[in-house]
Design a protein around this ligand. Sequence first.
Ligand code: ZN
Length: 370
Amino acid sequence: MEYRCSLCGKKYPISTKEFRCSCGGFFELEVENIFSKEELEKRNHTMWRYREAYMLPDNLAPVTLGEGLTPLVKRHIQGFDIYFKMDYMQPTGSFKDRGASVLISLVRHLGIKKVVEDSSGNAGAAVSAYSAAAGISCAVYVPSYTPEGKLSQISLYGSKVVKVPGKRQDANDAVIKAAQNAYYASHLWSPFFPIGLQSSAFEIWETFQGKIPDTIIVPVGAGGDLEGIYTGFKTLNKFGYAKKIPRIIGVQAEKCSPIYRAFEKGLNDYVEVKAEITVAEGIAVQEPPRAKAVLNAVRMSKGKIVAVTDNEILSALKKLFTMGIYVEPTSASTLAAWEKLSRSEQDGAVLILTGSGLKETEKIVKLFLS
Ligand SMILES: [Zn+2]
């Protein structure tokens, strides 16, 4: 098991403490193994039932909080059956637990005692929770202007919060510096995040008993979820478990859409954009490091990237609330995008709902009740 640099092809063992190649490229990891279909019914009901596909050492003990196996809920909307993947129903309230469980399991297996991360959102909470479960100390670097309320889940898990004065970029620089003395458990850079997120695809395959949906709609910030879901279907296809790969449609907020703009222009890497505040905070990533892999996944699956406005997101969110589904605004971007698709793309689509509304109640109250 080795990483391969996406730029120069140089190889690194997965035990490396580096988070990217010395040339600046991100690491890739080929999936060369899959679980046995016959074994599945004997296995526990977490995403670890698919563990062979995570490319981890055989003797590794998982750090688990019961993540994965989230429900797929069917609803009839505007004449079509569509499916909501309730991926916010996870230990920390977001899909990020899939990536964090796999990455922190590796970290503990390597004997590492200290990690750093730089997200004040769902990824920060997930890495903090799994570090706590593993007995690993965790420090999360955030810009000093981050509201206290956003950090409460992270600090309650016992992570140290390091507030960095200046812009978001200064927090990035600070975490990279700190990574010289600690392992950078990065949801943005580590290929083990998308490797763990494959499980979402495996669950859709298992729930549909091997029948693959035509369209999957995923929110895209850094694009880890999209890359992971595509990789999962590619793995199923490679080992003969699935005949096709669904078209994967990524959604960005129009106010911060570096990957959407690259897709529209036919480019292979993200386009530089100005940072504007959007209600879909979870997908506002200005400089997504793995954008090349995300754009490649979209094109290989014959999908596309769609951009939606804040108004479209809020109207979709309201619709979800009235259906009894309480998610954060970012998740509603999938339904907003679905509304803009052709009828053939809409029919039978699976929409990934990534984060719980309970995490953003304060913001939701401001938007809808004041
Ligand atoms: Zn390289």
